[in-house]
Design a protein around this ligand. Structure first.
Ligand code: ITT
Length: 197
């Protein structure tokens, strides 16, 4: 079968491989894609992550590398937290910054700062062969809380309050987070495209 964007798609539309080392991401994605009849299988490996200012470039590179190993319907997702008063930091470096500075580090950088606007961005890259890859972008706007709250989720969830809620992502159930999140936004775009092929 041929996709609208030219991507050849397996006849078994139901099964997609998600190459990620992050079980939280996987659980969120599985829940969303189930609504579209897509079954997600986790390929638990650290993807090859290049340093770049652009999430899309990082996701496409990682997916090409995964597809060089196995030509099968595969998805990669790259995400980051972009804080307005920090000129978009940590952005594509979120994973490293979370490891080194943690949520407390971001809160320290924002000490006494009134403008707490931030957004999470996500890029989902999907393909069947390294030469043809489709990407889908998602975003959620919100604010950085004054202190960490909640125990669910991962990463910067305890300090991010999406627009339209009073709770941080870490105070939400997986389903509530999926109602708002950048990842859900990108994945729904992917799922609509994929199921229309
Ligand atoms: P992969 O194996 O899929 O790459 P990862 O956790 O390294 O898993 P990313 O490179 O996309 O994934 O992660 C960037 C970092 O941004 C991640 O480690 C978190 O600290 C943060 N982040 C991304 N999405 C998030 C979310 O939904 N909630 C909280 N933090 C998030």
């Amino acid at each position: 079968m041929k996709g609208g964007g030219g991507t050849p798609v397996s006849n078994d539309l139901r099964l997609v491989y998600f190459a990620t080392s992050n079980k939280h991401k996987f659980d969120e994605a599985k829940d969303i894609l189930a609504d579209y009849g897509i079954d997600l299988k986790m390929v638990r490996e650290k993807t090859e992550e290049i340093q770049d200012d652009d999430l899309r470039t990082i996701a496409v590179h990682a997916l090409s590398k995964a597809l060089e190993k196995d030509e099968r319907p595969t998805m990669i997702e790259d995400a980051g937290l972009f804080v307005k008063m920090l000129n978009g930091f940590p952005g594509p470096y979120s994973s490293y910054v979370h490891r080194v500075l943690g949520v407390d580090g971001i809160l320290r950088l924002m000490n006494h700062e009134e403008n707490r606007d931030a957004e999470f961005r996500s890029v989902v890259a999907f393909g069947n062969s390294p030469s043809i890859i489709e990407t889908f972008q998602g975003v959620v706007k919100g604010t950085i809380s004054l202190q960490p709250k909640g125990r669910s989720g991962f990463g910067f969830d305890p300090i991010f309050i999406p627009k339209g809620s009073k709770k941080t992502f870490a105070e939400m159930s997986l389903e509530e987070k999926n109602h708002f999140s950048h990842r859900a936004d990108a994945l729904r775009k992917f799922a609509k495209w994929y199921t229309s092929l």
